[in-house]
Design a binder for this molecule. Structure first.
Ligand code: NAD
Length: 326
């Protein structure tokens, strides 16, 4: 049997963490034959829920789940972890200003970054799910300089999956057949789903057809999260958990798909300032590696959308940095 892998989840008892744990227990992250040791972390008041969650996971009798630990200490959660889902975040409450949300989460991700710096393995794979995703990941990376920079990532996969489903239904094909879809920028209302290079069944798609779908696609992806909140009363959880597991699974194992999208730390590509965590198309090439797809050109509306989402992230980064320095 393969070596046991240690996976940590923060905010584990929340809607998304709870759902992620079930997928991992069923072997959907590392695949069949790879045993898993799960470490569930949440705040002190949720200790009874953590214990009940461990009981439920044990009751799944999963052949791959060797051990479950629960903790309220991020250091204990991160010390042996090879993959970390950072879901725990402060929610937006009624009447809360955006700046207050950014400040509360910057403090959480600073603390988690410092814990990673103190005890984390430099090649642990980190996926930030808690909002504001991109800026939380930026803060995390800043306080965990020991972690390899390509190993701090943020979840854009839900936006990607939403776009993939929309495009597949427009073409009346299975989502498996659509490739080279790109999702750029911030996980927010400036996200830019980009169809310009898509292939369906391995073939390029006629420009006219792309254009007519594109207008609907951008507003669909940007509005989808709010629509779910409007109907459900809370943010997407089931689809976010699936997206988080797919992001990590493709990163670890690779994928046959040519492109997928992840938020990763910029090294200056596409005019994105160094260090900002930005959604880009990537090739997941297996053995825990990915390459950013470079060389894509932008003009007209695509250029404007790219600039707008970069500007939003620069402003968030400046705001978070100002808060953390105060
Ligand atoms: N990136 C995406 O695509 C995407 C999609 C949906 C939701 N989200 C975000 O994911 C986050 C979690 O969503 P949810 O529905 O699970 O929320 P939730 O409120 O159900 O759970 C959040 C959990 O985080 C915990 N938490 C808060 N502060 C913590 C800390 N300092 N350390 C550890 N745990 C802490 C809470 O106790 C709670 O259990 C939210 O920020 C949400 O906006 C992201």
């Amino acid at each position: 049997m393969a070596r046991r892998r240690v996976v940590a989840i923060t905010g584990a008892t929340g809607s998304i963490g709870y759902s992620i744990s079930a997928h991992i227990a069923r072997g959907e992250l590392y695949g069949d034959g790879v045993p898993v040791h799960m470490v569930l972390m949440d705040l002190e008041p949720h200790k009874p829920r953590l214990v009940s969650m461990r009981m439920e996971l044990e009751d799944c009798a999963s052949p791959l789940l060797e051990r479950v630990d629960v903790t309220t200490d991020p250091r204990a959660a991160f010390c042996d972890a090879e993959a970390v889902f950072l879901v725990g975040a402060a929610p937006r409450r009624a009447g809360m200003e955006r700046r207050d949300l950014l400040a509360r989460n910057a403090a959480i991700f600073r603390e988690h970054g410092q814990a990673m710096r103190d005890v984390g393995s430099c090649d642990a794979k980190l996926l930030v799910v808690g909002n504001p995703v991109n800026t939380n990941a930026y803060v995390l990376a800043r306080y965990a300089p020991n972690i390899q920079r390509e190993n701090v990532t943020g979840l854009l996969r839900l936006d990607y999956n939403r776009a993939l489903q929309y495009v597949s239904s427009c073409h009346n094909v299975n989502p498996r057949l659509v490739d080279r879809l790109a999702v750029w920028g911030n996980h927010s209302t400036t996200v830019f789903p980009d169809l310009r290079y898509i292939t369906v069944g391995g073939l390029p798609v006629q420009h006219a057809s792309v254009c007519c779908i594109e207008t609907g696609l951008v507003s669909h992806v940007r509005a989808r999260g709010a629509e779910v909140i409007g109907l459900r009363g809370s943010s997407s959880a089931l689809s976010a958990a699936v997206a988080a597991v797919e992001h990590m699974r493709d990163w670890i194992n690779g994928t046959e798909r040519e492109w997928t999208s992840m938020a990763v730390q910029s090294t200056g590509w596409y005019g994105v300032p160094d260090g900002i965590v930005f959604g880009v198309p990537v090739r997941c090439i297996g053995r825990g590696s990915y390459d950013v797809v470079t060389g894509i050109e932008f003009d007209g509306a695509a250029h404007d959308m790219l600039r707008a989402t970069i500007a939003e992230l620069v402003s968030e980064r400046n705001e978070a940095s100002g808060i953390l320095c105060a």
